[in-house]
Design a protein around this ligand. Structure first.
Ligand code: IPE
Ligand code: IPE
Ligand code: MG
Ligand code: MG
Length: 325
């Protein structure tokens, strides 16, 4: 699995602090039930790109945020992300993440839910270590938005799938946490409102691009590369941006209608649909949309302190659309 970002140069300015974040994360189950310690170790040692804490640390470096408060915020955000993945994999019935079996393949649903809850609790405790009530408020609000997004996706009406619903959905499940990764940092740094707004916009735009690319990779990547099964969205009946563009061009495609109407869609129907979508130009259209979010993100960085961290934030934005994991 090629999931490590360690060889990417934009990490350079925050490498040492990222190590501190890693230690903070690993310490969170010490003194609790050994099963919880083992579960946390299983989750953390499987890798993950750590893109959100890198984002927090780079933004904090650019704004001069106190490291004593920045490191716990970066750890809190990664912990919150990890907790949402534990619950998400249970909800989605996913068996593999980061190339290894998910907790829900080893444990009962009850134990998996409780582990997720424990991680949420530790995330909140880490966020509280920033000693900023405003940042904590934003953190709590973001979790509510993520959960609301998961519920909306679960209860959503596929037949009425459209691009504005899609944008709302990917904001809730992904871009909201990216936005908080940068905004909370500016809050802790006591930055003025104009700076806060710029970093918020940067976080929002790369978050939207990140989820669009995640949805594209579900069509274009391989399971071994991604560390999680590909082609799983359509299989679950989830209509993402490439599929939405495809529907706009081919509204009468019978296989697509079958997926949308929640009728049983067998493997041959899925296979046909996947290759039709891949050949239709819809993936390129989705990629153009991700690119334009990245361009907006880079624009938002103009006027912020010119420093190595800002250069890294530009590289990070470009990496998001070039990545293949
Ligand atoms: C996975 O996030 C869930 C999404 C929001 C797409 P990442 O792709 O950041 O997952 P890891 O942490 O690197 O495994
Ligand atoms: C990821 O959602 C979970 C959250 C961001 C809450 P998905 O179900 O779409 O992502 P993967 O494919 O499992 O990583
Ligand atoms: Mg999932
Ligand atoms: Mg999901």
């Amino acid at each position: 699995m090629e999931i490590s970002l360690n060889d990417l140069s934009f990490i350079e300015p925050v490498k040492d602090r990222l190590q501190l974040v890693e230690e903070r994360l690993h310490n969170q189950a010490k003194g609790y039930h050994p099963a919880m310690e083992a579960a946390l170790e299983h989750l953390l040692s499987s890798g993950g790109k750590r893109i959100r804490p890198i984002l927090t640390l780079l933004t904090g470096g650019m704004l001069g945020t106190d490291p004593e408060r920045l490191v716990p915020m970066a750890a809190a955000i990664e912990m919150l992300h990890t907790a949402t993945l534990v619950h998400d994999d249970l909800i989605d019935g996913s068996l593999v993440r980061r190339g290894i079996p998910t907790l829900n393949t080893k444990w009962s649903s009850a134990a998996t839910v409780l582990t997720g809850d424990f991680l949420f609790a530790r995330a909140a405790k880490l966020a509280a270590e920033t000693e900023s009530v405003t940042a904590l408020h934003l953190f709590a609000q973001t979790l509510a938005v993520i959960v609301d997004g998961e519920i909306t996706q679960m209860f959503g009406d596929r037949g009425r799938a459209n691009r504005s619903d899609y944008n709302r959905r990917i904001y809730a499940k992904t871009a909201s946490l990216f936005e908080t990764s940068t905004t909370a940092t500016a809050i802790i740094a006591n930055s003025d409102d104009a700076i806060k707004e710029k970093v918020r916009q940067y976080g929002y735009e790369i978050g939207m691009a990140f989820q669009i690319v995640d949805d594209i990779l579900d069509f274009t990547s391989q399971t071994e590369k991604l560390g999680k099964p590909v082609a799983s969205d359509l299989r679950q009946g989830l209509i993402t941006l490439p599929a939405l563009y495809y529907i706009e061009s081919y509204p009468d495609d019978q296989d697509m209608i079958t997926v949308i109407e929640n009728d049983p869609c067998d493997e041959s129907c899925l296979k046909r649909l996947l290759s039709a979508i891949r050949a239709s130009g819809s993936i390129e259209k989705a990629m153009d949309e991700a690119d334009s979010h990245v361009a907006c993100a880079i624009d938002a960085l103009a006027g912020l302190p010119d420093c190595t961290e800002r250069t890294s934030l530009i590289e990070l934005a470009l990496y998001i659309v070039r990545r293949n994991v």
